[in-house]
Design a protein around this ligand. Structure first.
Ligand code: PLP
Length: 364
């Protein structure tokens, strides 16, 4: 029998979440962001469920090639553009649209030989200070691009640093608008958080929105809002089973470092899931987990291949009982990936991207 750990991808939930993103920005076209192998879900596994998107956004040329191999003929956007000159040949061949965030990329494009001019997305750095032209340098970049025969259409792109938090978007939106108000071209500014939280303010500059994490059923602004608050459904479930049980007396300890000590007699279950499966080692005693759909807690340290859980609320738990680490249990109970991420001091994004290669995946 194989080790009883499994990831299940819920395709109906992916489609549902895409419709939620659409409903939040009804006048915009939607890029389904499928970078990082569709946030760990697998591009091929999510493709059918997301194919009603208007385009797919990726980072990697290899990911763009996989989408074309799936026979996707619609728009594909490279969110960081090209990393070296020869990438542009593939852009021409596959008809990829690409971000332009620096002068080096304009130089590469100016030297590129192509029959087919490219659709480019000129990126502004309005305060995030990662990629893009500052507001002061943006128009010069636009003018340079606009003069190139290799360029077909220029769209305007920006990424907010605080769409998920109280600081909000207004200063960066103002910076963007003051520089671009008289420039032609489609606008794309919104990630998931901006799409859900700021769609009214962004109505005039949302020709395209770029939701990622909402498609995968995680709240971009947890814990202020939960996935349920936003009407999102989990798209990934990580389950395993109980492969061992121990009855502890008061004072018995569990796991490496004996970090957990029973303060009363306690039955614990040993679960086939550890950090080598992508379950975060930083999850400590108290992290929520579902046993047979019933909420209980992890106890002691996460080890490489196992965790231990408190069976007190589940007296009928036995060898082979289902354990849900995040997502939806067979009973229908949901444990949000965001809650587990919070217990590990991180975000749902990281957990879904980090599920290990050794975990088998089912699609339903
Ligand atoms: C990843 C990414 C997104 C999607 O972000 P979410 O927070 O997952 O919605 C949007 N735009 C750009 C440029 C990105 O890199």
């Amino acid at each position: 029998m194989p080790r009883p750990i499994l990831v299940t991808i819920h395709t109906a939930a992916l489609s549902h979440n895409l419709e939620r993103a659409r409903a939040a920005a009804p006048d915009a076209r939607v890029w389904a962001v499928v970078k990082a192998n569709a946030y760990g879900h697998g591009i091929e596994r999510v493709f059918d469920a997301l194919r009603s998107a208007d385009g797919f956004a990726v980072l990697d040329l290899a990911e763009a090639q996989r989408l074309r191999a799936l026979d996707w003929r619609g728009p594909i956007l490279l969110l960081e553009g090209c990393f070296e000159a020869r990438d542009l040949e593939l852009c021409s061949r596959l008809g990829l649209w690409h971000a332009i965030h620096c002068n080096e990329q304009i130089n590469m494009l100016a030297a590129h030989k192509t029959q087919l001019p490219h659709r480019v997305f000129l990126k502004m750095n309005a305060g995030m200070n990662r990629l893009g032209f500052t507001p002061e340098r943006y128009r010069a970049a636009w003018t340079r691009l606009n003069a190139l025969p290799q360029v077909d259409e220029i769209s305007l792109m920006m990424h907010f640093s605080d769409a998920d938090s109280p600081k909000g978007i207004s200063a960066q939106l103002k910076a963007f608008e003051s520089v671009t108000h008289d420039l032609p071209g489609e606008r794309t500014l919104s990630n998931s958080a901006a799409t859900l939280r700021h769609s009214a303010a962004l109505a005039g500059c949302s020709d395209w929105v770029r939701p990622g994490i909402v498609l995968y059923g995680s709240a971009p602004d947890f814990p202020e809002h939960s996935a349920t608050d936003w009407g999102l459904m989990p798209t990934m479930t990580l389950t395993s089973r109980i492969i061992g049980m121990q009855n502890l007396a008061t004072g018995d300890s569990v796991g490496y470092g004996s970090s957990f000590i029973a303060d009363r007699p306690l039955r614990i279950g040993v679960v086939a899931c550890g950090y080598a499966d992508g379950y975060p080692r930083h999850c400590g005693t108290g992290t929520p987990v579902l046993v047979n759909g019933v909420r209980t807690r992890l106890v002691a340290r996460v080890s490489m291949d196992m965790i231990t859980v408190d069976l007190t609320p589940v007296p009928d738990a036995a060898m082979g009982t289902e354990v849900t680490l995040w997502g939806r249990s067979s009973e229908g109970t949901v444990l949000a990936i965001d809650e587990v991420a919070q217990a590990a001091g991180t975000v749902g994004y990281e957990l879904m991207c980090a599920v290990a290669q050794r975990v088998p995946v089912a699609v339903e």
